[in-house]
Design a protein around this ligand. Structure first.
Ligand code: 5AD
Ligand code: SF4
Length: 479
């Protein structure tokens, strides 16, 4: 029998996560496994016994930030020689030993396919085993199945405190990507596309529901390419949604990120017919120019993207659609850019994430094309596109004023969290089924509930609302 861990005995873990939701989920799993080893999570690296950076490689900027954070830890071991410093996730897979070269005091470099080994690797460092490097095979480093096996998915351990909120959780349904868009590092750092067995996903969702989770977000780099052959049956995302819909307790199901070419009618019908599935689709277009789309090797034309969007609007008229765009990709002219502006104008996305092209070593575009759009031009195009999108977001939020919408209450709003004095009455933030953000005055006990709120004002990003009491307005919109 082990005595219970007292606070003084618990080791302290500081974990910093950058990048996408996949990384947030990975951090949750890493924390869950380290808690078993007696770690508690703290919010400052200063006195932590272990510091982990869960990293992203999609853009140079994200990597620069991690290398500067590592630079600041240069003397961290002076006062605590036993402190463990680890770099995990995509940048660990991409840079491998280079991280030890640039920051020799790093103890662990662990790729996204080896995260389950972290507790053991930390023990090895503690036992004097020196620097530990665990990464997957390069995509050309073996047969497909060898490479696949070197990227292990690892999902059963969960940690409610590391979720966005205790009642919202991510569920991974796929790992990796096989699309090889020319600008993108993901297929090399996250490995081949692999779908998880439906039985595992369903069991995990049931467990989350039992723990009080109301909303699950299915994750995959191209989530709608999900495909799993099981006996005589092939499961697609639509089949999975239908089964997840039956789980009591789960009120909302979302899924990100979608690949435009795999947005089948069958999937759209499932979104239309299954009440719990949010009418919210993130389908990155990346560009409105066919010349750029071809250079990016996205596999569709802008006409095909528009047709896909028309099918979305026809099948699920109330759905909000969001997109990603890269501006300043290799060879992008003003005319190409204007075609992107045109696509944004015509598509009326709820919002768009806009990125300046960032050249990634090892990707196809580096070999094929010079990164020839100057930084100031990228910046201007980014701002211009964002302004067009924001004007649309604001316009499209206006019709919601005067309506009642249902929100899942996520917690104190940013302002309330900053000035939190512990009182029960506070400003809350919630999200509609369509992923719109609403703030309203409420009570702490409403956190985690589905609540009707009446919208009285709106800007591009936020609905301002008040909680509806039972006798007001019978009609609630799932907007
Ligand atoms: N440069 C800039 N943005 C990129 N993205 C992916 N790779 C790059 C890159 N090299 C963007 C895409 C993708 C989002 C997650 O990041 O828009 O959809
Ligand atoms: Fe990257 Fe393209 Fe795969 Fe998305 S679909 S992860 S952009 S390669």
């Amino acid at each position: 029998m082990f005595p219970p861990l007292t606070r003084a005995m618990a080791k302290q873990l500081y974990i910093e996560t950058v990048g996408c939701q996949m990384n947030m989920l990975d951090s949750e799993l890493v924390v869950a496994s380290l808690r078993k080893q007696g770690y508690e999570v703290v919010d400052s690296p200063k006195r932590a016994d272990a510091i982990l950076f869960n990293t992203c490689s999609v853009r140079q900027h994200a990597e620069d930030k991690i290398y500067s954070a590592l630079g600041r830890l240069k003397h961290a071991k002076k006062y605590n020689p036993g402190k463990i410093i680890g770099v995990i996730g995509c940048m660990a897979q991409k840079d491998q030993r280079l991280i030890f070269d640039r920051a020799p005091y790093v103890d662990l470099v662990v790729g996204p396919g080896q995260l389950h080994q972290i507790p053991e690797l930390i023990q090895r460092v503690e036992a004097g085993g020196g620097q530990q490097l665990e990464v997957s095979l390069d995509r050309k480093g073996g047969s497909r199945s060898q490479v696949e096996q070197s990227f292990e998915s690892y999902d059963p351990l969960r940690d409610p405190q590391m979720r966005p909120t205790p009642f919202q959780a991510f569920v991974r349904i796929m790992i990796g990507c096989d699309k090889f868009c020319t600008y993108c590092i993901v297929p090399s750092v996250r490995g081949p596309e692999q779908s998880r067995p439906p039985a595992h996903i369903l069991a995990e969702a049931r467990q989350l529901a039992d723990e009080g989770c109301r909303e699950i977000t299915l994750l995959g780099q191209t989530v709608n390419s999900y495909k799993y052959a099981d006996g005589g049956r092939t499961w697609r995302l639509a089949d999975l949604l239908a089964e997840l819909h039956e789980i009591d307790g789960i009120a909302r199901i979302k899924f990100v990120t979608n690949y435009p070419k795999d947005m089948t009618d069958e999937l759209l019908t499932a979104v239309r017919d299954l009440d719990k599935v949010s009418p919210y689709l993130h389908v990155p277009a990346q560009s409105g120019s066919n010349r750029m789309l071809a250079r990016m090797k996205r596999g569709y034309t802008v006409e095909e993207y528009r047709d896909m969007l028309a099918r979305v609007r026809a099948t699920v008229p109330e759905a909000t659609v969001t997109s990603d765009f890269i501006v300043g990709f290799c060879g992008e002219t003003e005319d190409d850019f204007q075609q992107t502006v045109e696509l944004v104008r015509a598509s009326r996305f709820k919002n768009s994430f806009i990125f300046k092209y960032s050249e990634r070593p090892g990707t196809k575009s580096v070999q094929l094309y010079p990164d020839d759009v100057p930084e100031d031009v990228k910046k201007r195009r980014n701002n211009e596109l964002l302004a067009v999108q924001n004007a649309i977001s604001e316009e499209d939020n206006q019709p919601l004023i005067g309506r009642t919408v249902e929100v899942l209450v996520e917690g104190p709003s940013k302002n309330a969290a900053r000035d939190d004095d512990g009182s029960d009455a506070l400003q809350l933030v919630g999200r509609t089924h369509c992923d719109r953000i609403a703030v309203f005055d409420g009570n702490r006990r409403q956190i985690g509930q589905l609540l009707d709120v009446a919208v009285y004002d709106a800007n591009a990003f936020t609905l301002f609302a008040s909680v509806v009491t039972a006798h007001v307005g019978p009609e609630v919109f799932q907007l």
